[in-house]
Design a protein around this ligand. Structure first.
Ligand code: FAD
Length: 305
């Protein structure tokens, strides 16, 4: 119920204005977002890398409505990749891209061409691109674009959402040699016809999908903060004899940093998904919607200021 309300609010421009101007909001945002500019992103990335963590940088923004905005997003990624290269932060840092920020909703071909430009720059910088998963109406289009990109850029990463009923089948398709697949629970409000609704069903689906990816030939990237699922991931890595360079854990910037450090100290590859940019509203609202406990976390952060 609370999740639905917050996810509905994440698409309201009126509530967006209210949240953006609320006292202390900016300070709380800084706990989850690396800053506004490429320089901010670079600073946070180099701190994380120094601490033995890998990074995936996300330039915030989604549901772009004009070709000009889509081109501006592409250009920011190109600037970011050239700065990462100059700062010798690749291959530890890669980028995550939302196709909707590149124009997918109004011109799929344009989004594909911009994604290609980003993949080309990433290859030149010696690193990789992962295509974020968005709501289920975009899944087919995103996986089609992924297939086309992988023909020339085979390391392009996919993201699959365990809450979608189709995902087990998608895992089977993608658990092939060289295939990088991030598995997450899924962050959008989806109807029962396409997605599991209860936490337990989503968790069970996550484990089924994880088994497929871990027993397959690809490179699983396990994206969760859930202690129980992380423990299952550690167990499956042992069971399927995967060494630390044959899979990775991924967590979000600002969420469970002590667990990020613990996993890295255990010798696992840990990648921190690190967003930056001014368009943080929808991203932050999805983090709050994930669980009522996260709203409490947000409230505590506000109180502690
Ligand atoms: P939850 O069910 O939210 O939480 C499970 C448990 O984890 C909680 O009970 C608590 O013990 C612990 N926990 C969770 N949050 C906190 C916190 N803030 N502080 C302390 N403990 C906490 N979704 C997409 O739809 N598309 C994407 O492309 C995508 N990419 C992602 C990339 C990464 C690296 C990560 C980590 C997530 C991504 N997500 C994406 C979001 C994901 O789908 C989930 O919405 C999000 O991760 C919350 O699910 P969870 O697995 O962390 O578990």
């Amino acid at each position: 119920m609370l999740r639905s309300v917050i996810l509905a609010a994440s698409r309201s421009s009126r509530i967006e204005r209210l949240v953006e101007t609320a006292p202390l909001t900016r300070d709380v945002v800084r706990r989850f977002v690396a800053g506004s500019t490429v320089d901010d992103a670079l600073l946070v990335t180099s701190e994380l890398v120094t601490n033995g963590l890998a990074v995936s940088l996300d330039y915030l923004g989604e549901d772009t409505e004009t070709p000009e905005q889509a081109a501006a997003t592409r250009d920011e990624y190109l600037r970011l990749l050239s700065a990462l290269r100059a700062g010798e932060l690749t291959p530890a840092a890669e980028v995550s891209v939302k196709l909707s920020a590149l124009g997918q909703r109004f011109d799929e071909k344009l989004a594909y061409e911009h994604a290609r430009a980003i993949c080309t720059a990433a290859t030149e910088a010696g690193t990789t691109v992962t295509l974020d998963a968005e709501d289920h109406t975009t899944t087919d289009s995103t996986l089609d674009i992924l297939t086309k990109l992988r023909a020339d850029f085979p390391t392009t990463g996919a993201v699959l959402q365990a809450y979608l009923r189709r995902t087990e089948a998608d895992c089977r398709e993608l658990a092939t040699a060289g295939s990088r697949v991030r598995l997450c629970k899924g962050a959008y409000k989806e109807p029962e016809s396409v997605a599991f609704q209860s936490n337990l069903d989503v968790d069970k689906s996550f484990v089924r999908c994880l088994n497929i990816l871990m027993s397959g030939d690809g490179y699983p990237m396990m994206a969760t903060h859930d202690p129980r699922l992380i423990a299952i991931g550690e167990d499956r890595a042992r069971w399927f004899d995967r060494s630390p360079d044959e899979f990775e854990f991924q967590l979000l910037y600002g969420v469970r940093p002590e667990e990020q450090a613990r996993l890295a100290a255990e010798g696992y590859t840990v990648r921190v998904y690190t967003p930056f940019g001014d368009q943080w509203y929808a991203y932050l609202m999805r983090r709050l919607a994930e669980r009522p406990a996260n709203v409490a976390f947000f409230a505590r952060a506000l109180r502690s200021k």
